[in-house]
Design a protein around this ligand. Structure first.
Ligand code: SAM
Length: 322
């Protein structure tokens, strides 16, 4: 399994931008181009050319065969569809901010998850979208405008420098935390982080560099989640990475649970229960339930390698489920 990232080609996932159109309209558009609508299925290899189907888990997602190039397609250029891997649609879907609510996207650019949040909120309420990278934030502004989002304010700033007690954010209930990570889950990218057969030929100092990099990344990831926990009205904080390393995933979760008293993991039932691949249980000794509350994806699931954790404020979560 070590070199899957070079050999796999994933289906072409199409997220329907429900701000501008509907799933039915998009399907009809593709049908008018000769696509044939087929039944949703879980096993997505051998998709026939010119077929389209609804996704099994996400209602706003459509699936086309691999290598379908839609970058010049009218629906893409008009912001009616977003080209986004399935797994990266999970965080906003799990966050599910309600209509007229307030949200923060802490590491937002280029904004695929921001526009997804915006669509789920039906373009109401408000989303503050932070990013440290000015160029990427410009792209976020362009893409979210194209998507018709009217409830987003893009701010060029480190999320760590945002004051959680600032009056402006006093009603923020939902926070998405999708920080920089190693990217080791991304298919077709070879960054030399995972491949064990390759690692044997590595110079030992290169391995050490990798470990150092993962350590730095996870320290940053822990910091940024703990910062999100400080917002007084935050009741849901969704953390995600496109990494397959437990140092950036389960181990980060363990650490932030240990370092705070207010947030716990949401129950499995509230975190796409129909998704089978969960967190790595051996990372949670004496606490296998925690792993079940987390989501992992791999190319075997026809997506990039990805990780999602959904933290909820203990008090409000208990009240709601009582
Ligand atoms: N959520 C984005 C999306 O779905 O389109 C992708 C985000 S990408 C994985 C991580 C982002 O975090 C990068 O754009 C990077 O510039 C940003 N970033 C890194 N450090 C940050 C910080 N301290 N505050 C805010 N953003 C930061």
């Amino acid at each position: 399994s070590s070199d899957y990232r070079n050999s796999v080609s994933l289906p072409r996932y199409v997220r329907v931008n429900t701000i501008k159109t509907t799933v039915e309209e998009v399907i009809e558009h593709f049908q008018s181009e000769g696509y044939v609508l087929e039944e949703p299925i879980k096993i997505l290899n051998n998709l026939s050319p010119k077929t389209i189907r609804k996704d099994f888990h996400l209602s706003d997602l459509l699936i086309l065969p691999p290598n379908t190039d839609l970058h010049n397609h009218a629906l893409y250029l008009s912001g009616n569809i977003i080209l986004q891997d399935k797994a990266s649609c999970f965080p906003s879907y799990i966050c599910s901010p309600s209509i007229n609510s307030y949200a923060i996207d802490a590491c937002a650019a280029p904004g695929n998850k921001t526009s997804h949040l915006s669509a789920i909120m039906n373009n109401t309420g408000k989303i503050w979208a932070f990013d440290l990278d000015k160029k990427r934030l410009k792209l976020l502004e362009k893409l979210t405008q194209r998507a018709g989002c009217k409830n987003i304010e893009a701010i060029h700033k480190s999320f760590l420098d945002v004051d959680p007690l600032d009056e402006r954010y006093s009603k923020v209930e939902y926070i998405l935390v999708d920080p920089s990570c190693s990217g080791s889950g991304i298919v077709n990218r070879l960054d030399g982080l995972v491949d064990s057969s390759e690692q044997e030929t590595y110079q030992s100092d290169l391995i050490q560099k990798t470990q150092e990099r993962l350590k730095n990344l996870s320290e940053f990831q822990i910091k940024i989640i703990l910062h999100a926990f400080k917002f007084p009205s935050a009741k849901k904080v969704v953390y995600s990475t496109c990494s397959i390393h437990s140092q950036e995933n389960e181990q980060v979760v363990k650490e932030v649970l240990q370092q705070n008293n207010n947030f716990i993991l949401a129950n499995r039932n509230d975190v796409i229960p129909t998704w089978d691949r969960r967190g790595i249980s051996s990372e949670f000794v004496d606490d296998e339930e925690s792993a079940e509350k987390l989501i992992r994806t791999l190319p075997e699931d026809f997506t990039n390698g990805f990780f999602v954790a959904c933290f909820v404020r203990k008090t409000s979560y208990m009240e709601n489920s009582a």
